[in-house]
Design a protein around this ligand. Structure first.
Ligand code: ADP
Length: 243
């Protein structure tokens, strides 16, 4: 695990940026690029994998705003930074620690943050395996911390399943991630597939601490959910036409 100060090897990083001609499998995501990043044309960098896993800007903003308005965190930990879609929006509200395994994605996230004029002091990137990093964090209890995770769903094939089990998340099952997160803070938000098994989710709910689930809709269809654990007063639901 290492903290990345400046990763300036643009040649190496830029090699991974997807540019026209766009691969056929990514065409529908490319057509949606301004919903992913309204400033796309100002030079956003995304690698192949990030095209289908980045959170659309309005969704990321809505989640950041919901967390901030309900909870006023002093620190947000973004446990799976990817190319920075969520981190950019969290950084509008408070300092962020962003965890990511892939140094190329960290370099792209830093670049994308600069497109959105986020001061570099606002976000600390930690490169490493999410569990190793979460288990090493020992300062978060000093701050009012919210941990957000958008873990890998296993690529676009998740949507073919009638019900998505929390054990299907890779590389770690949800329960493992939740326990590692809970050691740091009880205030946890998770961005999960629309078909997540609600009965499994309910295991994390108590009478005192209900889970709030926000369903993100596009043209009337659910696209994804965001689940807030142990967090009261989160805005409950929205329909985002452009999400
Ligand atoms: P999806 O399946 O939703 O498309 P991805 O496979 O793109 O998700 O993964 C989301 C992000 O999580 C990626 O940026 C990936 O590098 C990162 N990631 C994957 N595994 C780990 C891990 N063990 N620790 C930290 N980050 C990880």
């Amino acid at each position: 695990m290492s903290e990345i100060g400046s990763f300036e090897e643009h040649d190496t990083v830029e090699k991974h940026v997807i540019r026209p001609p766009i691969p056929k499998a990514l065409k529908k995501y490319w057509n949606n690029r301004y919903n992913l990043f309204s400033r796309f044309d100002e030079g956003i960098w995304l690698d192949y994998q990030s095209w289908y896993s980045v959170t659309p800007e309005r969704v990321a903003y809505y989640i950041a705003q919901s967390i901030f308005e309900s909870h006023q965190p002093e620190l947000i930990i973004d446990a799976f930074s990817g190319c920075g879609g969520n981190t950019i929006q969290f950084a509008k509200f408070c300092p962020v620690i962003s965890i990511e395994l892939d140094p190329i994605k960290i370099a792209m996230a830093k670049h994308n943050l600069s497109v959105y004029k986020v001061p570099s002091s606002r976000v600390t990137f930690i490169q490493g395996d999410v569990l190793d990093v979460l288990r090493s964090i020992d300062f978060a209890s000093q701050y009012r911390t919210v941990l957000f995770m958008s873990p890998p769903w296993g690529g676009p094939s998740y949507s073919g399943k009638s019900t998505y089990s929390l054990s299907d998340l890779i590389p770690y099952k949800f329960d493992v991630l939740y326990k590692a997160a809970f050691r740091i803070t009880p205030y946890i938000a998770a961005f999960l597939p629309k078909n997540t098994d609600i009965d499994e989710l309910a295991h994390y709910s108590t009478d005192k601490n209900r889970i709030v689930v926000t369903n993100f809709l596009y043209e009337g269809y659910s696209k994804a959910i965001c689940c807030y654990f142990n967090m009261k007063n989160v805005l409950t639901s929205t329909a985002l036409q452009q999400a």
